[in-house]
Design a protein around this ligand. Sequence first.
Ligand SMILES: [Zn+2]
Length: 200
Amino acid sequence: MNTIKNVLNEFLAIKGAKFVSLVYTTKGHNELARYKILVGCDIERIYRRDYAVLRRMVRKTSLLAVGHPKRKALLERLASMRESLKNQIGNNKRFTRQGTFESLGNGVSKLFTSGMYHVKGIQVSKVKICKACAHEQNKGEVCESCKAPLGIYKKVNSTEKTLAKNEIRRKEKQSKIREFKLSSSQLGVAKLNGKTLEIV
Ligand SMILES: [Zn+2]
């Protein structure tokens, strides 16, 4: 019998780098994709590294005129990152959901309130899957095979500041952090394949 606990324990006992591979529909874009994430990494360290990188960028930006969109974007991003460092990390009551979840280690936690498992890690790969014909591709908003849309993508007219912010985010390692919510029935069919927990 493959109980969730057995598979999970076996997985969490793996030393060093380990991965979770899963098929997931994102809420925002309603996009189906297969993800591979690296779990067990030091998330706090990633936030701190990003913060240091941003601080260096701000120093270089000091030459840009006050009110310049790039300068504004950077300062706003820095402020928001300072806030998340303060809140998400450590023992802030608002974000750590103390007493509401059990951390199983390696980025895996179980929420008492919903009974859902949360898996958090760094995205290693993502392959989009067409819901109409099951074609798989790395990029694009439309299926290369049957031309069906792969998700819902809103066209936004971004301001210069927003574009600058997006550019900053691309430099941040934390933009690769993914968190997935899995039910026990989804985890119930998980299989261990080497160092990867595969969830169909
Ligand atoms: Zn298709």
